[in-house]
Structures are given as structure tokens and as C-alpha cells.
Ligand binder design. Structure first.
Ligand SMILES: Nc1nc2c(ncn2[C@@H]2O[C@H](COP(=O)(O)OP(=O)(O)OP(=O)(O)O)[C@@H](O)[C@H]2O)c(=O)[nH]1
Length: 343
């Protein structure tokens, strides 16, 4: 749900700009694009505006895919994280209050001690006075010890609570980056991983290859066997990719029947070999229906690969080249691997 809170007059004016830009640049008129372009013309987020300006200047221009990424980067609100954030703030406020109370108590105790020390210096103290003062000092020392124990106990409980919150937060964050069906990274995780890989490439000169793979004629498969068996095939496909996952390799489900691999420190030739192995494993599998043991139609997949060009690539450009190679693989008859060099 995209919310706009401006007056109708402002909204109307911005929509007029959007309408003209959509026509001129052939932008897909879907709600997400309207929302993003509205934010662009409104200009409240300078960083977003700057990135949009750069995209519009680039020859690849704006696309739905870029729009989805921009929305995730700038406008999607992670409600689970903000809930944890609130809980953590509450806990920290509580700790700060406890520290104040502890400080006040300690202040009172040290004043009591100072009073007792001052009294000890008085002339003409009799034995009863000294007894009284000594007993006061002891009482104060006892109270101090008690205050300390209580304080330590409270701090321990709070830090355990914080630890628990942190663990829950980590679990939720991991979950929010995982595709539920196939248990590989989801699109959000892919965006983050791409960003990181590009930063590493800039900083350390490390290269990577991007592989996009898509199960062939999956619509027909769903139509023949139903979506539930289609889902099992998606899980199976992800399992095959995960089975020989190298330490330099990250796997994501981009959406539908499309998966993406980031292969770090890998040449185009090595990436091709890895994709060929996967293609062979998938196409040679004999899958059976669980209930009837009936063998189901062979599944195949097509692959497109691009290698990072560190000087000029960004997330969208390397993705577009791998996507183009994949499209070529589909056009040439599917069940094949095409690298950007083969085109
Ligand atoms: N079972 C199942 N099907 C899905 C899921 N996500 C997307 N699909 C289906 O995947 C199919 C993709 O179809 P198309 O994009 O037309 O592609 P295709 O039939 O694989 O054809 P090519 O890619 O050209 O080989 C559609 O029928 C979607 O409904 C999912 O999570 N589960």
C-alpha cells in the first residue's frame, strides 16, 4: 500500500508531471512506479532524487526492476526491526533510570558516612556516642552492599534481556532475508549481497560473475501437474544448486522460477562450468510423484552469465547483461548456458 499525504492540489500537480514523464519515457504505469516518481518530483529525499537523476541520465534508463530496488532501498519500512528497536530503547531507558536511582542511593550513603566521620572528630565523645557512630557506619556499609547487590542483579537481568532481544532480532533478520519456499536468500538479500560485492570490487578489486537461471516452460509444468508439485520442483531446483554450493557462492531466488547466483573470484569460464554442471544435474534427474511413484516430465533450466566490469558496472547493468544472456539461451531453444561473450 503506497500512501500519499499531500493536499489534492499538490498531488494533482505532481501527477501531471508524472503523466507527462511516463508517456515520454514509456514507463510502465503500475502503482509502484507512480509512487516512486511521485517521491522523485516531490524531492523530499535528496539521496533518492540524486540516484534517480543518475539513473535517468544513464543510457539503460529506468525500469520496473530498478524501481523495485529503489523502493526497497529508500521507502520500504522494516516493521519487525523497528519493533525491536522500540523494545531495545525501552530497556535502555529503564537501565538509565535504574542507574540514576543507584547514584542517588550511593550519594545518600556517602553523605551518611561523611556525617559519621565528621562526628568522630568532635571533642568530648563518650563511649556511647562512639558506639552509636560506629553502628551508623556499619548500617550504612550494609545498605551500600545491599544496594550494590540489587544493582548488579538488575543489570544482569537487563543484559540478559538485551541478549535475548538481540538473538530474536538476528533470527527475524535472517528470516526476513530468506525465501520461505526454497530457503535460499530472497530478493532483498540479493540486493544487499550485490551492493556488498560491488563495494568489495571497488575497494579490493575482487571480481564476480552473476548467473541468472530460470526453469524452462514452468508455466506448462504448473498447468500439467498443479502448483503444489510446481512448488516441490522449485524446492528441488534450489536443493540442487545448494548441494554443491562453494564457499565463494551465494544463492538467491529472484522471484517465481528464477534464481540468481553470485560467484565471487570466479572467471566467466569457471562460472560457465558451474552452470553447465547444474544444467546437467537438473536435466538428468528422474523425478517421481510422491504418492503414485509416477515419473514426471523432465525439467530443464536455462542460464545467463555476466562478469563484472569493475570500471563501469552497477547492480542494474551487470544484471541486465546476465538477463540478456538468459533471454538468448531461451531463444536458442532453452536447456543451455549462455555467457555474455557468446551473444
Ligand atoms: N508453483 C509455483 N509456480 C510459480 C511460482 N512463482 C511463479 N510461478 C509460475 O511460474 C510460471 C512462469 O511462467 P513464464 O514466466 O511464462 O515462463 P515459463 O513458462 O517458464 O517459460 P520460459 O521461461 O520462457 O521457459 C508462471 O506460470 C507462474 O505462475 C511459485 O512460487 N510456485
Amino acid at each position: 500500500m503506497y500512501r500519499i499525504q499531500d493536499s489534492p492540489k499538490v498531488a494533482l500537480r505532481l501527477f501531471q508531471y508524472i503523466k507527462a514523464a511516463f508517456e515520454e519515457q514509456d514507463i510502465n504505469p503500475i502503482p509502484l512506479n507512480y509512487y516512486l516518481w511521485y517521491q522523485y518530483y516531490k524531492g523530499d529525499n535528496p539521496q533518492f532524487r540524486q540516484e534517480m537523476d543518475a539513473i535517468l541520465k544513464d543510457e539503460m534508463g529506468y525500469s520496473d526492476r530498478i524501481g523495485r530496488r529503489l523502493y526497497n532501498d529508500y521507502f520500504a519500512v522494516d516493521t519487525t526491526t523497528s519493533e525491536f528497536d522500540k523494545a531495545l530503547r525501552r530497556l535502555i531507558n529503564l537501565m538509565v533510570k535504574k542507574i540514576h536511582v543507584w547514584n542517588e542511593k550511593l550519594d545518600t550513603h556517602s553523605h551518611e558516612l561523611e556525617d559519621s566521620t565528621a562526628r568522630l572528630k568532635e571533642q568530648n565523645l563518650n563511649i556511647d556516642d562512639v558506639r552509636q557512630i560506629t553502628s551508623n557506619v556499619l548500617n550504612t556499609a550494609n545498605s551500600m552492599q545491599q544496594t550494590n547487590i540489587e544493582f548488579q542483579q538488575a543489570m544482569l537481568e537487563n543484559s540478559q534481556e538485551i541478549q535475548k532481544l538481540r538473538q530474536q532480532l538476528l533470527a527475524v533478520q535472517t528470516e526476513s532475508l530468506q525465501d520461505e519456499l526454497t530457503e535460499v536468500g530472497n530478493r532483498k538479500a540479493l540486493n544487499m549481497a550485490m551492493e556488498q560485492a560491488l563495494e568489495e570490487a571497488k575497494e579490493y578489486g575482487t571480481k564476480f560473475c552473476l548467473v541468472i537461471t530460470d526453469i524452462d516452460h514452468f508455466k506448462k509444468f504448473n498447468d500439467t501437474y498443479g502448483h503444489l508439485i510446481g512448488d516441490s520442483v522449485l524446492r528441488y531446483f534450489a536443493k540442487v544448486i545448494k548441494r554443491n554450493q562453494g564457499s565463494n557462492e551465494q544463492i538467491f531466488r529472484y522471484g517465481g522460477e528464477e534464481f540468481v547466483l553470485i560467484l565471487k573470484n570466479t572467471t566467466l569460464q569457471e562460472a560457465y562450468q558451474r552452470a553447465e554442471d547444474l544444467r546437467n544435474q537438473v536435466s538428468s534427474a528422474h523425478l517421481k510423484l510422491k504418492n503414485s511413484n509416477q515419473e514426471i516430465k523432465m525439467i530443464t533450466a536455462s542460464f545467463g552469465i555476466a562478469e563484472l566490469q569493475p570500471e563501469q558496472d552497477n547492480q542494474d547493468s551487470i544484471f541486465a547483461r546476465a538477463d540478456k544472456a538468459l533471454y538468448q539461451a531461451k531463444r536458442e531453444g532453452r536447456n543451455r548456458v549462455i555467457t555474455e561473450q557468446d551473444e
